[in-house]
Design a protein around this ligand. Structure first.
Ligand code: GTP
Ligand code: MN
Ligand code: MN
Ligand code: MN
Ligand code: MN
Ligand code: MN
Length: 216
């Protein structure tokens, strides 16, 4: 059974899945607020400095609040499905019409309680999706995000690619992970990089450990 408001149940650890709930359980919570976010990614042959393989492009965004997160947002289940709401948010934030499908859904989690006071407000359930695209489509998203997206310069300050490589000096992914993320976006990123084999487990572990030292 899920415990409410204890702050420890979120999907915030690489090794604990507590706080997770099934899609059906999530949809059954009528008193909850819902938000959907997606990781758009692709394969690439691009070389950094002509020698370091980038391997994959993974998109995140710099938000209005200075935190890194995935594109997406609040969904109103009385007006739209999870996927339709996510599509609407992506049009606002990226300027591209997307068809996100139920099969793109990864998991649903209770958001970490931000403060003791927030335990009285409706619980937020965050739904996470991944969508693999072609490199050309990812580039088109990056272009549209600064040209046609209505949220550009307001709620969204820019799309960013996640550096998946590690430099000799210990930069790259570790430095990226040391920044501040919204909600459990950092965990969503780590978990997805691992699950989709976008970064080798050992490299990811090292980058995570280095990022914690950078933060300290
Ligand atoms: P508004 O138009 O201002 O309502 O924003 P929005 O609809 O785009 O919502 P937003 O993307 O900020 O997401 C809603 C809530 O979900 C946020 O307040 C955060 O608590 C949480 N959130 C935002 N981004 C992420 C993310 O990438 N991952 C997770 N897990 N939660 C997120
Ligand atoms: Mn939005
Ligand atoms: Mn948003
Ligand atoms: Mn919104
Ligand atoms: Mn908005
Ligand atoms: Mn790979």
């Amino acid at each position: 059974k899920h415990t409410y408001g204890d702050g420890n149940h979120s999907c915030s650890s690489l090794y604990m899945a507590s706080g997770q709930l099934s899609r059906a359980e999530a949809l059954a919570c009528s008193g909850c607020r819902h938000a959907c976010h997606v990781m758009l990614y692709c394969d690439t042959n691009t070389l950094l400095f002509g020698s370091i393989p980038i391997r994959h492009i993974v998109l995140m965004q710099m938000r209005f609040d200075g935190l890194l997160g995935f594109p997406g947002g609040f969904v109103n289940l009385s007006e739209e499905s999870l996927e339709a709401g996510l599509g609407r948010e992506l049009l606002e934030e990226l300027g591209v019409a997307f068809q996100i499908l139920e099969e793109d859904h990864v998991d649903s989690c209770f958001a970490p309680a931000s403060s003791p006071a927030s335990s009285t407000s409706p619980r937020l359930i965050t739904h996470f999706y991944t969508k693999k695209m072609e490199e050309g489509q990812i580039r088109a998203v990056e272009t549209a995000a600064v040209t046609t997206a209505t949220d550009h310069g307001q709620e969204v300050l820019g799309m960013v690619r996640v550096p998946l490589h590690s430099t000799k000096g210990g930069g790259g992914l570790a430095s990226f992970l040391s920044h501040s993320f919204v909600g459990n976006a950092r965990f969503q990123l780590l978990h997805t990089l691992l699950r989709l084999h976008l970064v080798a487990p050992e490299e990811l572990r090292e980058a995570l450990a280095r990022s914690l030292k950078i933060q300290a």
